[in-house]
Design a protein around this ligand. Structure first.
Ligand SMILES: NC(=O)c1ccc[n+]([C@@H]2O[C@H](COP(=O)([O-])OP(=O)(O)OC[C@H]3O[C@@H](n4cnc5c(N)ncnc54)[C@H](O)[C@@H]3O)[C@@H](O)[C@H]2O)c1
Ligand SMILES: [Zn+2]
Length: 311
């Protein structure tokens, strides 16, 4: 795919092809790529160009930020998720064992080139994955923003060109928060909405659900848990659920076992030593906030019910 369009890039001897798998987003894989770059005599005045989705982006960003104590890099995001969400925000994330995105750095690319044409060849599940993150970003903005995306879901599936205004608005919303909290010390944390549960679902299903689809399921679980704990009025959860469910529906049959989901949740980096740090929609405006919750029996049974409702 894209062999013709990228012929001038691929003919360079120092092009490295990376298979986009979560297993490859590891320290071992980063080490192997670094060894190749060292053999290729990479110097501090060289720069890396990542062409791909979030996995290639995360690996390249991590390597660029650590190799020779930092070399510059540029990004050509080719998935909807990478174009609408991960391409801004400076983060790299690497998995260690089953702890997802547990190691990382902040290291922005010097340039990002978004070419909408890449979206034409994405599988439906990758479009859904990107839409999941678009829904997340707009939920953080406001209930009205979320509803606007929700009303446009069918249109976006019918024609990828319809995605463009939502890519733009997602980046604009995210930019506003990054400018306040670039290093994720405070408010930017709410961009993890859907992610504690989402990462746990990815891990419990052995990555059987694409990242942004797992995040969509995670947002639904967050809404349900929030309602069960009287933190969110039920109509908000129902309103959000309609759009979230429409997005994750083709994956609703995937079995999500409770115990591995719970043990992955307990490893989440937002937790304190005794409590889960969850990002939940709360209150009359369904505002997205960080809530500390004890992982007690009541929580486990609420999680069991919420996972069952995804099916
Ligand atoms: N660093 C960040 O800020 C950040 C933010 C969100 C997600 N992420 C990470 O990003 C990863 C998910 O990234 P992703 O969803 O972009 O997917 P991906 O990188 O896993 O790619 C998904 C699949 O699409 C293929 N692909 C890529 N571009 C294509 C195209 N134009 N046409 C057809 N197929 C194409 C890939 O080869 C792969 O098989 C996760 O590991 C997640 O943790 C990082
Ligand atoms: Zn994400």
């Amino acid at each position: 795919m894209y062999t013709d369009q990228l012929r001038t890039v691929l003919q360079y001897q120092n092009t490295i092809i990376i298979e986009a798998t979560e297993q490859n987003k590891s320290l071992e894989s980063a080490g192997r790529i670094i060894s190749t770059l060292v053999e290729q005599k990479t110097r501090r005045n060289h720069h890396l160009v990542a062409i791909g989705g979030g996995i290639v982006q995360d690996l390249t960003c991590f390597i660029a930020s650590t190799l020779l104590r930092g070399i510059s890099w540029q990004l050509v995001p080719t998935t909807l998720l990478a174009q609408a969400d991960s391409c801004i925000g400076s983060k790299s994330s690497i998995n260690v064992g089953d702890a997802k995105n547990i190691v990382g750095t902040f290291y922005p690319p010097t340039k990002v080139f978004i070419d909408q044409n890449f979206l034409q060849t994405l599988h439906d599940s990758e479009i859904r994955s990107g839409i999941g993150e678009i829904l997340k970003v707009h939920a953080i903005d406001s209930a009205e923003s979320f509803n606007h995306v929700a009303e446009s879901l069918q249109k976006m599936h019918a024609n990828v060109d319809e995605l463009q205004p939502f890519i733009y608005s997602a980046l604009a919303i995210k930019k506003r928060f990054i400018e306040v909290d670039e290093f994720d010390q405070g408010i930017r944390n709410i961009f993890n909405f859907g992610h504690s549960f989402g990462h746990a679902i990815e891990s419990a299903t052995n990555f059987g659900v694409p990242h942004g689809v797992a995040v969509t399921m995670g947002m639904d679980v967050a809404c349900q848990i929030s309602t069960k704990r009287n933190l969110l009025p039920a109509p908000h959860a129902e309103r959000m659920r309609r759009a979230l469910r429409e997005n994750y529906l083709p994956f609703s049959h995937v079995d999500i076992p409770l115990d591995p989901t719970m043990s992955a949740l307990l490893k989440d980096k937002k937790n304190s030593s005794t409590e889960l740090g969850l990002i939940l929609p709360v209150g009359d405006a369904a505002s997205i906030e960080r809530v500390m919750i004890s992982p007690d029996q009541q929580f486990v049974s609420q999680l069991r019910e919420s996972l069952a409702e995804l099916a």
